[in-house]
Structures are given as structure tokens and as C-alpha cells.
Design a protein around this ligand. Structure first.
Ligand code: HEM
Length: 392
């Protein structure tokens, strides 16, 4: 067989992700390690994805996000090294495990409060009741913004993300209006911090000088916008997948509820099996051969973190969630662009799972099985997960 024939063609939106994610990932991998999807090439194997993620000189992020037409710099996701390295040196300390741990008591309190309200109501849909409001509250808390803005923030974010979804065409006037409202909101708060920079919140701290210099207002606006785009829906999806998985698996649920030390391993493996970010885009800066396939310069290449995460050549029993080890996964990406908020995401997930099981050790799907996931979408996730709950 000719090397170029190794890879096939797929239509991503027709893969059966809605009905059976394991089958859909298998079908994608079976098409080849570097497959054609419309105008794009999708890398599907763990080796190919790892190679591309670690070569930003060949697989550039700079042009990859152009289609979103963001009026502010998408920092740091759409910046290539060496500038990207400066931003990460500046930003990483704010999102370190130690910094995140300082926020734990307050965030734990807020998670507990949301779950108390679910217990009081007696019925629950995980997505609107917990998985959606919590990450927005976390953003407002970290940046020292008013909590009463939570629902507005969720609405702005939903509207903007709808536009970034694959398959959406032009931004509607409503989407543009929401994007402008979010910018105006963030700009106003950034200006207020410039007037009084004494605060201890992250927004005030980001304005202060670091060894790498200080960020200007436009850069800070870009970062806040990134946080809203990258740090809310991803956590929402991960919370949804986590509780939906446990609701459908009595044995695993029982183990987690009686031994919280299993929670970190569960989080890592549910992120591996059902990671919220299925693909990350890059654009090639030169011709390159990957997995026997020659990819021309200026091609959009999708790194399938989701497919790499279930590659049976890398992971044993790849479609099953394990809690007895810690597999190094692709859910937070690889290479220089690996997720800035991974420690925050892990903290949010752990707090939710601990506070949930303290109050609600037993629960199940209202319809006896996990609801279907919409597809195609940008972030993978359930939109609804109604549960029967039996509080402690
Ligand atoms: C479970 C939750 C999350 C998942 C699965 C996730 C996943 C990812 C992935 C796969 C990437 C790499 C994208 C690429 O290769 O182009 C990424 C980057 C990023 N994530 Fe997350 N993320 C999560 C939560 C968060 C949170 C809470 C924040 C908030 C700070 C955040 C902020 C970012 C940023 C700023 C980047 C860009 C990093 C860079 O380009 O250097 N993410 N994330």
C-alpha cells in the first residue's frame, strides 16, 4: 500500500458521538492516524498528536484561531513561542497548585452552598443546577467581580460559544451584542482596578509588574476573554460527565462515596475518557510528514486530544474509566499550550465531587441511562443530566 493511502476521509459531524462516544472515537481512529475532514487534516493517534503539540514551530497556533475574529489578542492560546513563553512565565504563577489551594476554602463553601440548594429542592439537573453556575462563580471570585453578575456572565458566554461552535455560520446581531457587553463589562472593571490597584484579587495582581514586565489593558482584556471562553464550559462539561458517569455506575459510585482518596484518580481518568476538548486547531508553517502523510504548508490541522486519549496503543482498556492508577492523558493538551487552568479545573472538580458525595451519596439517572450528548459542538458535553437523588 502506498504510504499516502494509509489515511482516509471522515465527516466529523456524521460520527456517532451523540449515541456512542466509544464507537465514534474508534471509527475516527480506524480511518487513519492523519485523516482528511473537509479542508482539514485530523491527527488521531497519541503519537501523532503528541508530535504536533510539541512542535509549535511547524504547527502554529497564531493563525489557528483567526476565524473567531476576536477583536482582542487571544492570550496565550493564539500566540506562538517565543512570545507565548513570556506570557506563560507571567501567567503560570497565578494558576499554580499553591495559589489555587489558597482559594480552596471559599470555593468549597460555594460548591457546598449550590449542592445544599439541590438537596433542599429534592430534584436535580446537574447541568443548570451545579455544573453551569459553579465555574462562573469561580471566575467572579478569582477576579474579584460581583457575584450578582453570575447569570449575565453565563448568558454572554453561552452566546459567544454558540458562535464558536463548528457548523455555526456568521455571528448574529445578538451574539455580537453579547460579545460587546462582555468586553464593556471587563473593560470597566479593568479601568476600576487601574484607579485602585490595592486589591488582592487576580485582576489587580495581573496589573502589577512581574519579572516578565506588566500586561497592558488590552492584554488583560484578552486574557479575561480567554478565561471565559476556555475556563467555564470545559469545567461545566467535566462536572456533567463525572456525575453522569457515576450516576450510571453503582459500583464505582459506591467506591468513590466511601473513599474520597479515589477522587483525584477518577478525575484524571474521566477527563481522559470523556475530555471536554475533542480537537485543538493548528496551521502548518511548512510542509511536514506525519504518520506517513505529507501535509502541505498552510493546512489547518486538528489535534484530536479526544482520540489520542482513547488510543489503545497508549492506554490499556482505553474506553473504561479506571481509578486504580494515574494515566498521563491529553485532556489538558500537550506541549507549550497545555492548559493554563488545569490545577484550577482539578480543584473545582474535586471540590464538587467531595461536597456532592458528602450530601448525596446515592443518585441515578432519571431515565435509567445517561442522556444523549449533542453533536457536533466545540466543547463536548451533556446539556442536561436529570438525576434522582437520595440525600445522606
Ligand atoms: C476540565 C477543564 C478544562 C479542560 C479539559 C481544558 C482543556 C484545555 C486544552 C486541551 C488546552 C490546550 C489547547 C491547545 O492545545 O490549543 C487548554 C488550554 C488553555 N486552557 Fe484549559 N481546560 C480546562 C479548564 C480551564 C480553566 C478552568 C481555565 C482557566 C484559566 C483554562 C484556561 C486555558 C487557557 C488560558 C489555555 C491556553 C493555554 C496556552 O495557550 O498556553 N482552562 N485547555
Amino acid at each position: 500500500m502506498n504510504k499516502l493511502e494509509v489515511s482516509g476521509t471522515v465527516n466529523l459531524s456524521e460520527l456517532p458521538f451523540g449515541q456512542d462516544r466509544s464507537r465514534a472515537w474508534r471509527e475516527l481512529r480506524d480511518a487513519g492516524e492523519a485523516v482528511t475532514a473537509g479542508e482539514e487534516i485530523v491527527l488521531t493517534s497519541a503519537d501523532a498528536v503528541e508530535f504536533a503539540a510539541k512542535r509549535p514551530d511547524i504547527f502554529s497556533s497564531a493563525k489557528a484561531f483567526d476565524r473567531l475574529g476576536s477583536p482582542v489578542p487571544m492570550i496565550p492560546i493564539a500566540i506562538d513561542p517565543p512570545d507565548h513563553t513570556r506570557y506563560r512565565r507571567m501567567l503560570d504563577p497565578f494558576f499554580s497548585p499553591k495559589k489555587m489551594a489558597e482559594r480552596e476554602p471559599e470555593l468549597r463553601r460555594q460548591a457546598g452552598e449550590l449542592i445544599d440548594a439541590i438537596v433542599a429542592k429534592g430534584v436535580c439537573d446537574v447541568l443548570p443546577d451545579l455544573a453551569t453556575p459553579f465555574p462562573s462563580q469561580v471566575f467572579l471570585t478569582l477576579f474579584g467581580l460581583p457575584m450578582e453578575d453570575r447569570d449575565r456572565l453565563v448568558q454572554w458566554k453561552d452566546s459567544i460559544l454558540e458562535f464558536t461552535d463548528p457548523g455555526s455560520s456568521e455571528a448574529t446581531p445578538e451574539v455580537l451584542a453579547h460579545a460587546m457587553e462582555l468586553f464593556a463589562y471587563l473593560t470597566e472593571h479593568i479601568a476600576a482596578r487601574r484607579t485602585d490597584p490595592s486589591g488582592t484579587d487576580m485582576l489587580s495582581q495581573l496589573m502589577q509588574d512581574t519579572d516578565e514586565g506588566a500586561m497592558d489593558d488590552n492584554e488583560i482584556l484578552g486574557l479575561c476573554f480567554m478565561f471565559v471562553l476556555a475556563g467555564l464550559d470545559t469545567v461545566t462539561s467535566a462536572v456533567g460527565f463525572s456525575l453522569a458517569k457515576l450516576a450510571g455506575d453503582a459500583e464505582l459510585r459506591g467506591r468513590i462515596a466511601s473513599d474520597y482518596s479515589l477522587i483525584p484518580a477518577f478525575i484524571e481518568d474521566i477527563l481522559r475518557v470523556d475530555g471536554p476538548v475533542p480537537f485543538a486547531p493548528r496551521v502548518t508553517t511548512q510542509e511536514v510528514e506525519v504518520a506517513g502523510r505529507v501535509i502541505p504548508k498552510d493546512t489547518t490541522v486538528m489535534l484530536s486530544y479526544g482520540s489520542a486519549n482513547r488510543d489503545p496503543r497508549r492506554y490499556d482498556d482505553a474506553d473504561t474509566v479506571h481509578v486504580d492508577g494515574k494515566a498521563v492523558h491529553f485532556a489538558f493538551g500537550r506541549g507549550p499550550h497545555r492548559c493554563l487552568g488545569s490545577h484550577l479545573a482539578r480543584l473545582e472538580l474535586r471540590l464538587i465531587l467531595e461536597e456532592w458525595h458528602t450530601r448525596i451519596p446515592d443518585y441515578s439517572h432519571v431515565d435509567g441511562k445517561e442522556p444523549q450528548m449533542p453533536w457536533p459542538t466545540g466543547t463536548m458535553g451533556l446539556r442536561s443530566a436529570p438525576l434522582n437523588i437520595t440525600p445522606a
